[in-house]
Design a protein around this ligand. Structure first.
Ligand code: ZNH
Length: 141
């Protein structure tokens, strides 16, 4: 569960990202593929070159899903249920990759919204992204 202070920090940053999901998501992915090249293997069917439509589309999808979760903090499991099925049954991404992606999302958000990214917001967002990741891998077996 999230405290009122954590909720405010998470929703505050999500509202900053809103409207810029494609750009923020694409940058997070670019950082992921640059820092952790092995993660590219999941996306061999996409164009991962700088500024590509695929990067913006997939990055936007990821950030919009995170935005949905931010507005359903009391029930993230339910809000991401379909996506959780997809990751467990079809995508089968190694769970270790979630830490790398969420790290890159944190870095990207920190750079773009540095005023909102206080130590308290940092901790709250880290906790929130861990929760999102755990929901997405919760149906693996
Ligand atoms: Zn994921 C997909 C989200 C992580 C890989 N994803 C996806 C989508 C979304 C997401 C929204 C879309 C779906 C549909 O279409 O329906 N993810 C997400 C999130 C997260 C994730 C939120 C965390 C935070 N993923 C992940 C990781 C990986 C992945 C870590 C690896 C590395 N995904 C993926 C893939 C896909 C997806 C491969 C498919 C893509 C295409 O387009 O094809």
């Amino acid at each position: 569960t999230f405290s009122p202070i954590e909720k405010e920090a998470i929703i505050g940053v999500a509202d900053k990202v809103a409207g810029h999901e494609d750009a923020i998501g694409a940058e997070a992915l670019e950082r992921l593929f640059c820092c952790f090249p092995q993660t590219k293997t999941y996306f061999s069917h996409l164009d991962l070159s700088h500024g590509s439509k695929d990067l913006k589309r997939h990055g936007g999808n990821v950030m919009r899903a995170i935005g949905t979760a931010a507005h359903h903090l009391g029930d993230i499991d339910h809000a991401l249920s379909t996506l959780s099925d997809l990751h467990a049954q079809k995508l089968r991404v190694d769970p270790g990759n979630f830490k790398m992606l969420t790290h890159c999302i944190l870095v990207t958000v920190a750079i773009h919204f540095c005023e909102e990214f206080t130590p308290v917001a940092h901790a709250a967002l880290d906790k929130f992204l861990c929760k999102v990741s755990s929901v997405l891998v919760s149906k693996y077996r």
